[in-house]
Design a protein around this ligand. Structure first.
Ligand SMILES: [Zn+2]
Length: 66
């Protein structure tokens, strides 16, 4: 499997849709753990990088934000 590239501020889709019905998460923290925030309800979750990458489906790079 190809390694997915993602960066701070990117919008990502996960394999599982959030209970609020939105499947667009914003990467708000990078490190050993990744923090993503649901763009629908504002809920944020912290995931270990390996688990995040396993659940990641698609990345929409956001180059306008740094
Ligand atoms: Zn949500």
């Amino acid at each position: 499997m190809q390694r997915k590239e993602f960066a701070l501020g990117d919008i990502v889709e996960m394999k599982k849709v959030h209970p609020c019905g939105t499947n667009a998460w914003k990467v708000i923290r990078m490190g050993m753990d990744i923090r993503i925030k649901c763009t629908g309800c504002g809920h944020s979750v912290l995931l270990p990088r390996s688990r995040f990458e396993k659940r990641l489906k698609k990345v929409h790079p956001n180059k306008s934000e740094s």
